[in-house]
Design a protein around this ligand. Structure first.
Ligand code: HAM
Length: 459
């Protein structure tokens, strides 16, 4: 048996300190914008009955036919790790009759999804999405709001470089008529298609339009487009969505060949592409799925529309945009103990400071004073609390400002209020130092915070 150290499974990865804080910031911004738009959070299980995805996403899609993590549990049930969030959200919405509670029609979620795709930059087997769904209305305003919501998130994140591609699949009838024409066209050029696409003629002909092979792209250049098969109602819906986006100044490109990898879509579909990401450039995809509820057993059609965005890709796009989201957490006080008795006293003080709301750090293993001071500097601590036998004998500790090096001796029992005072003084000083005429009122606080948050040379 090999004794090699075990590693995370291919296509999955550990998010390490430094990254987790950046993810927290991004997730915090997502939650803030969701709240502004009045979306409520839903958390569904990471595994579901396989049938939910097979029926909802479609048996012949790549996701269901090749990418799902499906297993049989001890009870003989077929279980699948969720490859996406929409089918589970609609399942939960139906199961808990959320439709009967008028105010819970807008939901958002955040969490891991699983697809067994070939891993590459921006494509993982466990990846993370945040998404939003509006369930219960077929109004074009809902399609437009979902798109504008994602635009608002991009703006809040400071991501300005993206292209919105907009398409429509029309109604089920439109799609059926189109499919017949498309199959006839594909049969005519069958010999020019790759093996996969030849199989798709009968199973998933629309997907052929999305084949990356040059030969297939050339062969299908003259294929019929769905936009020509829309009935008046579908056309009106698509035009209304476009008009609403245009009114809000949101630029988009109508993409008649856009293919989404899930079968539940009808009418509007869309993708946000980032020009900074290379091959895996879709940062968000979504659309309308009025038939999904019925496909998963609702007994009736329940209209819905939503989006999901890939967090890994959003992080890559932020990196490409030069956003500085990585940071070390703020350390306000580092405690430095000289000798065993001092360690015992400072251990208690450190806990008391934390309970008083101060970010405090102390070495848990006994180390030299020099090593403890080096660690305090590495953490960019604002203050150090230093105590040895001499100080403790006099009932005092030394409080050192690590910025200007000044020291003062304070009474041991007054440590917590004195530290709080010093931190307040430091903050006030930082605000005063800001040149008043270059900052609009109220931004001084942030300026002070930024200084102390600046990433240090960690190692
Ligand atoms: P999707 O287009 O399959 O749609 O995925 C949405 C986003 O998830 C993609 O644009 C991409 O950013 C990210 N993503 C997908 N697969 C991976 C992967 N293997 N690795 C990294 N990121 C990935 C859906 O999932 C639909 N549920 C969206 C939706 C919501 N439609 C209506 N409501």
């Amino acid at each position: 048996m090999s004794n090699e150290p075990l590693q995370a499974i291919r296509g999955t990865r550990d998010l390490l300190p430094g990254e987790t804080e950046a993810w927290d910031v991004v997730e915090g911004i997502v939650r803030e914008v969701m709240a502004l738009y009045q979306y409520r959070e839903i958390r569904t299980p990471v595994f579901e009955e396989t049938q939910l995805f097979a029926r909802g996403i479609g048996e012949h899609t790549d996701i269901v036919s090749k990418e799902m993590y499906t297993f049989t549990d001890q009870g003989g049930r077929s279980i699948t790790l969720r490859p996406e969030g929409t089918a589970p959200v609609v399942r939960a919405w139906l199961q808990h009759r959320l439709g009967a509670q008028g105010s819970i029609d807008k939901l958002y979620y955040l969490g891991p999804m699983f697809r067994q795709e070939a891993p590459q930059k921006g494509r993982a087997r466990q990846f993370h999405q945040f998404g939003a769904e509006i369930i219960g209305t077929d109004a074009p305003e809902a399609d437009a709001e979902i798109i504008l919501l994602f635009v608002a998130i991009l703006e809040a994140l400071g991501l300005n470089s993206w292209n919105l591609h907009l398409g429509t699949l029309g109604s089920l009838e439109n799609r059926r008529a189109y499919r017949t024409e498309l199959v006839a066209f594909m049969k005519g050029i069958e010999k020019l298609l790759c093996d996969d696409c030849r199989t798709r003629i009968d199973t998933n002909p629309l997907r052929i339009l999305d084949c990356k092979r040059e030969s297939c792209r050339l062969a299908t250049a003259g294929a019929p487009v769905l936009l020509d098969y829309l009935d008046a109602e579908s056309q009106a819906h698509f035009e209304a969505v476009q008009a609403l986006l245009t009114d809000r100044g949101t630029a988009f490109t109508v993409d008649p060949r856009m293919v989404r990898g899930l079968d539940y879509y009808e009418h509007t579909t869309f993708e946000f592409l980032s020009p900074d990401l290379g091959a895996q450039d879709s940062i968000c995809g979504g659309g309308r799925y009025d038939g999904l509820a019925e496909m998963i057993g609702a007994g009736e059609r329940v209209p819905g529309v939503g989006f999901a965005a890939g967090l890994e890709r959003i992080m890559l796009a932020l990196e490409a945009a030069g956003s500085e989201l990585d940071f070390e957490p703020l350390c306000e006080v580092a405690l430095v103990a000289i000798g065993g008795e001092a360690r015992r006293v400072l251990f208690g003080l450190c806990d008391a400071l934390r309970r008083a709301g101060v970010a405090a750090s102390m070495e848990l293993t006994e180390r030299s004073v020099k090593a403890q001071m080096r660690e305090a500097n590495r953490r960019e601590a604002l203050l150090a609390l230093i105590a040895g036998e001499k100080e403790l004998a006099g009932g005092t500790v030394t409080l050192k400002d690590l910025n200007d090096g000044s020291e003062r001796v304070i009474a041991l029992e007054e440590t917590v209020p004195r530290v709080l005072e010093s931190l307040e003084e430091l903050e006030a000083g930082a605000i005063e130092e800001e040149p008043p005429d270059t900052l609009p009122a109220g931004e001084g606080d942030d300026g002070g915070q930024d200084d102390s948050d600046d990433p240090g040379e960690a190692a």
